[in-house]
Write a protein that binds this ligand. Sequence first.
Ligand code: GLN
Length: 228
Amino acid sequence: MTGTQMINIGVLEVQGAFLEHKISLVRAARELNDVIVNVTEIRNPSHITDDLHGIIIPGGESTAISLFLKRNEMEEPLRSWVKGNGHVTWGTCAGMILLAKETEHQKNGGQVSLMCMDTIVSRNYFGRQINSFEADLTITDSDLISKPGCISDLFHGVFIRAPAILKTTSDDVKVLATLQRGDNSTVIVAAKQGNQLCTSFHPELTEDTRWHRYFIQMVLKSSNSINI
Ligand SMILES: NC(=O)CC[C@H](N)C(=O)O
């Protein structure tokens, strides 16, 4: 790859988080050099276009996000975009639930499933009483461990009524991070399958840009980013 690459990333904007993802993406792109990232909001079907190289489905309440997608006739356009050739998608928190093929603890008719990742996800895995917490999680993919000024297999994760992956149902799913539980068991909190990435936690709420860099690198590898 030579010269500066330009990529277009859309962030589904239902319950906030657009700005946080935008700031993290721009910072990550600056750190990577030779990448310019355009970040746009996705609020209706006309925003889901082939000009996008990547889409982020942020956290929120998966029930509310599902309702929003249905009411605005975005469920099908989003599903077909996500499955499109070279398209890269990252689901954080509620986004992890939407990307999963199977979800436990569905509510009132359930969540929209984009049927993408061979994962069984538990909503509110960490319980309702502990709505949110911060904890160091262990990164298990070497591509994610280092960036200039930071070499660590730990990442400070912000978990907000977070889901977790109970089980992966295909060898194509690569586990990227786990969290140690009080009883010394571990639970999967980040994974990748082909062009899909999911995290239980919220990297956009930290200063550490490693996950946004990783996502940008996935986009650069798989799409026809624009050479400028
Ligand atoms: N922060 C989040 O995205 C929480 C997700 C929430 N547990 C849900 O079911 O949608």
